[in-house]
Design a protein around this ligand. Sequence first.
Ligand SMILES: [Zn+2]
Ligand SMILES: [Zn+2]
Ligand SMILES: [Zn+2]
Length: 127
Amino acid sequence: MEWKTVDFKGSKTRLGRKAGEILEGDDFTCSLCSGKGTLPRSEGVKCPVCRGEGTIPLTGPVMVCAYCKGRGEYPPRTNITCTACKGKGLVSITKPIEVCAHCRGSGAEPGNKLPCLKCKGKGVITK
Ligand SMILES: [Zn+2]
Ligand SMILES: [Zn+2]
Ligand SMILES: [Zn+2]
């Protein structure tokens, strides 16, 4: 797997976020609510991840969560927050990193679809 480092500054949408991308910067758009501050399928319910702010205070480098593929929810199309990234859709990483050999970068524990025990759903581990 190859990583592409993306300069996040100036881009406040989650469009284009792909699993495996490394983002630099801080204050990222909330993945669960796409920055709206309210939950997508629950009108008027404040997003629990960003507390309605629409952004998450995280300092890069961060990586798109492999387990939920950056959606912030798992399973997809629910309002259940991903346990690997706590709904942020992004996980902090410490470079240098390498692909987790246990889950082969998927972030899911082989066999039972729970977050990988080795990398905790990140899909990568610090070397
Ligand atoms: Zn949110
Ligand atoms: Zn996640
Ligand atoms: Zn893993």
